[in-house]
Design a protein around this ligand. Structure first.
Ligand code: XMP
Length: 318
């Protein structure tokens, strides 16, 4: 696409001019927008961009390793991966209220990120992966977000950190951001993955969070997603994931009775997440996922499929 190639050329020049020899920092989440923004800025200023990936332990299976491999080794970014798993887990201990989880994660994220920024000395700019729909949304609501749930993103960072902002993707729609990402050579599985909430798996472990529960959920989620990919359904749904409920249920394996947790699988069709319809995934695919989950993951006693749409339900359970 010629116009997007022009866009990239222009942006690179613009960023070079604006930033000069100053240092820029960006919080890389592994999501589409921050990934494309980081790679674009890296093209312009190379080592003067410092990318920080905060591993809060609430990510999908193998995600921190994947992000490290792709952005440091393949894309050549100066990327710091901060292992903050214990910090977040400690803060979240015994917290059951979803809004409290969001608040704790948002605040702790900023703290970790600020610490990293300080370590890298003279940073003058904060880069963000803001895209056109974010600009529209905050203009329409007069504030950062207008959601029923307080959405955690790095929007709270600039006020606190006294940095100048650069947002190279502000004029682009999501599909253009993906196309720019493709031109820049970012792997497709990063550019076309389902949306993933900032608070991550914390809002998919219903109730209190423990390491054990997170590990169960990561395995289950991975089996569900891999099954969808294998059956060519991953790209047909807008978002799919698993939820670990605190409900215990009776099951039998051989001669023994077990008392284990209920997993709910959720998949939705949507345009931008404001409304959603539950996805009509064929029964044989759900069946395969269920069998693989109960066979492959200890601690799961039953698998159910969520057949509520939004409204009245939200997409996430918390
Ligand atoms: P809900 O559950 O509100 O989700 O119907 C709509 C979309 O937003 C995502 N979501 C979040 N994203 N921080 C985020 O960055 C959050 O706190 C959060 N809560 C929900 C959800 O995954 C879905 O794509």
């Amino acid at each position: 696409d010629w116009s997007l190639k022009d866009f990239i050329e222009h942006k690179i020049e613009e960023i070079k001019e604006q930033v000069g020899d100053e240092k820029v920092i960006i919080a890389l989440s592994g999501g589409v927008d921050s990934s494309v923004a980081a790679v674009l800025i890296n093209k312009a200023i190379g080592k003067n961009l410092k990318a920080v990936f905060v591993d809060h332990g609430l990510l999908r299976l193998n995600e921190p390793e994947d992000v490290r491999r792709i952005f440091r080794e393949i894309m050549g970014l100066d990327l710091t991966v901060v292992n903050a798993q214990e910090r977040f887990l400690n803060k979240l201990k015994n917290i059951e209220d979803p809004e409290k989880k969001r608040k704790i994660i948002g605040e702790e994220f900023i703290r970790v990120f600020e610490e990293e920024a300080k370590k890298s000395g003279d940073v003058k700019y904060l880069a963000q992966g803001t895209i056109y729909s974010d600009v529209i949304e905050s203009a329409a609501s007069g504030k950062k977000t207008s959601k029923i749930k307080s959405h955690h993103n790095v929007g709270g960072l600039p006020e606190k950190m006294d940095l100048k902002i650069i947002e190279p993707l502000r004029e682009l729609f999501k599909d253009e951001v993906r196309a720019v990402g493709e031109i820049l050579g970012i792997p497709k599985h990063i550019l076309y993955r389902h949306p993933f909430p900032g608070p991550g798996l914390s809002i998919r472990v219903i109730g209190g969070i423990t390491q054990e529960k997170l590990e169960i959920l990561k395995k289950v989620d991975n089996i569900f997603i891999e099954t969808l990919k294998e059956k060519n359904w991953y790209d047909k749904v807008w978002q799919a994931f698993a939820v670990l409920t605190p409900v215990k249920t009776v099951g039998v394996t051989g001669d023994t009775r077990k008392y284990e947790n209920v997993i709910s699988l959720r998949a939705v069709d949507s345009v931008e997440g404001m409304t959603a319809d539950w996805s009509r995934i064929p029964f044989d695919i759900l069946d395969l996922a269920s069998t693989r989950i109960t066979n492959g993951v200890d601690g799961v006693g039953r698998v159910v499929y969520d057949i509520t749409s939004k409204p009245p339900s939200t997409i996430e359970w918390e």
